[in-house]
Design a protein around this ligand. Structure first.
Ligand SMILES: [Zn+2]
Length: 905
């Protein structure tokens, strides 16, 4: 619409001396004719004086005007009102009531600028004026007294008000027919086609929400009549028409729909703004490079300007409400069903950083990985006070493509083939990854330290011998230190080994195995062999700055993994990787500088597979952290042996191993120079060939996880060969063909299959979770979504989603149908049931989860979920937990559901 221009530019509130003494009958006539010309029914007028009311009904405009003219003397001392809606019948007595109203023709907004205040804070000057005259007035503020109450009125100039109004009603295509100065505010009239009191009431409610002001929603409502005097206060004022224009009526039903959408969009944005993590919306804009002072103009309580990302043709589509940390975009292209986009600080960051389109800034968009990504940026770039739940996934596939047939082959294909080669008996490709890895058999000389150690340990316990293998190489690895190395053209390789021994509690006897290895080390008396296994990052840095070599052996290694998952430990994980790679490290802690030079740290962790899976994700392999470890997870049936008494032979074997270790230790310690180990030419040729084969696999695999793993594991073959060499009775610093062949075989036949099995299991769990996530998302969206929308909500690569969908189709939980050329994913009815049943806590994977923000820290911060997992409820933390557990927290005001409201209610 065009900005209304026929208002008197020069108009200002009348000065005290100019208060009109008489009714302005011309304004009264305009008001009545605008409201009732051509309208059937009775016009109701009410005049109040000294708490007495006169009620009058007229069947048309002229008699009404006639009555006002005849009674000007009385009426100018009164407050005169008119019923906005015509009365279909004349009440028998009293004023018009709801039952008398059948039709409505005008929407009205009463924008009042009057606010009650307390006298106490006012200056003496104002207090005296109030006592003497009943009012005090300056250019911007009027303070008036009515009875015992005092009001402050900050009515904007009409020229400012009209701009404010224009901004707000322009997106609705509205033009006012009439704007009246009511004395202390403005009344805006919008002409509607004839509508019902019900629709009228709803429109009135939404208009009040949009523009502020009183909620004039009851149909018999009366409003001040133009041209009459406002006698309520000591400072009298006139009710004058400032603007009138003949406008065609607006379709009430359409207006209601539009209003509803816009108001909902604003409300939603306000709700979303509740999660701001201490960020101020103006600071965020400024930090991003959009200076609010330069780009935004005040409009009422809000700031208005051109959208920072997509701009604006009007220069006024972007709205910021700094008090509520809320923004909205009123660009037509960004509206969905008329609902403007917008939100709080996080939605703004997502739009500014290009993570979502402006039109998608609304409730329910920031979820899953996308949400975590926004949080991370909010924290790192904008300084939000957030405790991040865990490191953020780097996903690069926000799917725009609606084509599922991308033709990617299973990245594990070649490993399935490898596993078939390894295990002739494996039946189908599907089961191949579950193949059992046979007991380890080593082809090392009888007098190699590793053979001796394993024999000795096997005599003492029925633990899986794989653990003893890890024990032997862990000891040698630590003893070698940085003093033993192989020089490749591009890098120097040290024999440091990080290992995990996995096994079910007790029967596997993984801690017994660790204990035996430890006893040997202690018996030999190698000083400074160990580093403490319970440490904070700070303490580890301090220790390593003094002594940069050591072994971390933890019989309950899950504790270390759990520590690494905590937010503060993200650093620790990176720090450990630096140690593994043997790089120098500098760090200032509590103003003290620490320097770790030439670090050499070996790790051996024992834990159950369940604990390992609980604290690990495929991402931890992909990021390289878990790929730095070798694993044994033996599950074959082994012979059980009762504890026996140590025989003379057992003791001799033990002593022999200890003597041997002493010898090897001396070998390293006594060497004047670091021990450079070379390859025998034949051995090197073999290794090159073997490595080439793996590098081809790395290139061939599209699976990043596998690529990272393979990249690390071909160096493990070198490390093992170095340790085999170091453990040789007749030590020569040469890797022989036999040793490198054996090392490569151990990697191929045991270590790589163990690691791949673990990754497969993690993937399987995660896939299962993805299936649950799909079911949950569908359920929250009324049981069906287009596949494109589903992908948007899931933020997972198309390939993974397609696989999960396929599995769900097969299990009969969902179906895919084509609708208007789009693929729609539909929940089948029984799936809903299953989902509900899954909530009884019997299945840890299933059930409905929700993400909440902890608003207030509860007295007990640890909550045991129905899924058996423990959840930490720290202030400001984001927690994803079972909905059943979340709901009481939300009701108690402890937690607030994050952006899930639109999906879940
Ligand atoms: Zn927009």
């Amino acid at each position: 619409m065009e900005s209304p221009t026929n208002h008197p530019e020069s108009y200002e509130s009348p000065k005290e001396s100019e208060v009109l003494k008489n009714i302005n009958i011309a304004d009264t006539e305009t008001h009545l004719r605008t409201l009732f010309e051509g309208v059937e029914g009775f016009i109701e007028l009410r005049a109040f004086k000294d708490n007495k009311a006169v009620v009058k009904f007229f069947d048309s405009i002229n008699p009404t005007l006639q009555w006002v003219k005849e009674n000007t003397e009385k009426l100018r001392e009164s407050d005169v009102y008119v019923g906005v809606n015509p009365r279909a019948v004349k009440p028998e007595r009293g004023g018009g009531k709801e039952e008398h109203i059948r039709t409505c023709h005008f929407a009205v907004v009463d924008k009042d600028f009057k606010k009650e205040i307390t006298v106490d804070n006012l200056s003496d000057e104002v207090k005296i004026a109030l006592a003497e005259k009943g009012f005090w007035k300056s250019n911007k503020v009027t303070i008036v007294k009515q009875g015992k109450k005092v009001y402050e009125i900050r009515k904007p100039k009409f020229s400012d008000f009209i701009l404010w109004l224009y901004d707000r009603i322009e997106p609705l295509g509205l033009k006012p027919s009439l704007i009246i100065d009511s004395g202390w505010g403005y009344h805006i009239y919008i002409k509607l086609n004839e509508t019902t009191p019900e629709v009228w009431g709803e429109i009135q409610g939404y208009l009040a929400d949009l523009l502020g002001g009183d909620r004039l929603i009851d149909p018999p409502r009366i409003i001040r009549l133009a041209g009459t005097l406002n006698n309520k206060f000591a400072l009298k004022n006139t009710c004058r028409i400032l603007y009138s224009s003949e406008e065609p009526p607006i379709n009430a039903d359409e207006l209601l729909k539009k209003l509803k959408s816009i108001v909902e969009g604003i409300k939603e944005a306000r709700e979303l703004s509740h999660t701001d993590f201490g960020l101020n919306i103006l600071d965020v804009l400024k930090k991003w490079g959009y200076d609010p002072e330069e780009n935004l103009k005040p409009s009422g309580d809000e700031l208005v300007g051109a959208h920072p990302v997509h701009g604006s043709t009007t220069g006024r589509n972007f709205w910021v409400d700094p008090d509520n940390n809320r923004w909205n975009c009123f660009r037509a292209d960004c509206a969905v069903d008329g609902k403007p986009s917008g939100g709080g600080v996080l939605q703004l960051i997502a739009v500014l950083e290009g993570l979502i389109d402006c039109k998608d800034a609304r409730k329910g968009t920031l979820r899953g990985e996308l949400f975590k990504k926004v949080l991370r940026i909010a924290k790192e770039k904008y300084g939000a006070r957030i405790e991040l739940p865990k490191p953020v996934d780097d996903f690069n596939t926000l799917m725009n493509d609606d084509d599922p047939e991308s033709g990617e082959s299973d990245p594990f294909d070649h490993l399935v083939k490898l596993s078939e080669k390894l295990q002739e008996s494996s039946t189908t490709a599907d089961e191949a990854w579950e193949y059992e890895i046979p007991p380890i058999e080593l082809n090392l000389p009888e007098d190699n330290f590793i053979t001796k150690f394993m024999r000795m340990a096997e005599r003492r316990t029925d633990a899986y011998k794989e653990y003893h293998f890890i024990g032997a190489i862990s000891i040698l690895s630590r003893i070698a230190g940085r003093r033993v190395y192989v020089d490749f053209l591009h890098e120097r390789v040290y024999p440091n080994v990080w290992a995990m021994t996995l096994g079910d509690s007790t029967i596997s006897r993984k801690s017994t195995a660790m204990k035996i290895a430890k006893t040997v080390v202690e018996f030999v008396g190698i000083r400074g062999f160990f580093l403490p296994h319970d440490f904070s990052p700070e303490s580890l840095i301090q220790i390593l700055s003094q002594k940069s070599t050591g072994a971390i052996w933890h019989p309950e290694g899950g504790k270390l993994l759990a520590t690494l998952k905590k937010q503060y430990a993200i650093d620790l994980r990176d720090f450990l990787c630096i140690l593994y790679d043997g790089e120098n490290y500098y760090r200032t802690l509590r103003k003290e500088e620490f320097e770790i030079t030439d670090p050499y740290v070996t790790i051996w962790l024992a834990m159950t597979p369940a604990v390992f899976k609980k604290h690990s994700t495929t991402l931890d392999f992909e990021s390289g952290f878990l790929a730095r470890f070798i694993y044994v997870n033996p599950q074959y049936e082994k012979e059980w042996r009762p504890f026996g008494l140590a025989t003379k032979e057992d003791l001799e074997a033990f002593e022999e191993v200890c003597e041997f270790l002493k010898e090897i230790h001396m070998r390293v310690v006594d060497s004047k120079e670091d021990i450079r180990i070379d390859f025998d030419p034949e051995a090197f040729e073999f290794y090159q060939e073997w490595q080439r084969r793996w590098e081809e696999e790395v290139i061939r695999t599209k699976n990043q996880i596998l690529a990272t793993l393979l990249g690390r594991y071909y160096l493990y073959a070198v490390k093992l060969a170095m340790l085999f060499t170091l453990g040789d009775k007749e030590f020569e610093p040469i890797i022989t063909l036999e040793y490198i062949q054996e090392a490569c075989r151990v990697v191929d036949e045991y270590l790589l299959p163990y690691a791949v099995n673990l990754i497969k299991e993690l993937e399987w769990d995660e896939e299962r979770n993805l299936q649950e996530k799909i079911l949950g998302t569908l359920k929250r969206h009324g049981g069906e979504l287009t596949r494109r929308d589903l992908l948007r909500y899931l933020h997972k690569p198309l390939r993974e989603v397609s696989e999960a969908l396929e599995a769900l189709v097969h299990s009969g939980e969902i179906e895919l149908v084509k609708k208007d050329g789009k693929i729609v994913v539909k929940l089948k009815h029984k799936a809903t049931k299953k989902q509900v049943n899954g909530n009884n806590g019997t299945n840890g994977n299933s059930g409905d989860y929700t993400t909440v923000v902890i608003r207030r820290e509860p007295p007990v911060t640890e909550l045991l979920g129905i899924d058996g997992k423990t959840y930490l409820l720290k202030a400001n933390a984001m927690v994803t937990l079972p909905r059943v557990n979340a709901e009481p927290l939300i009701r108690a005001g402890i937690a607030e559901e994050f952006s899930g409201g639109g999906d879940s209610k």
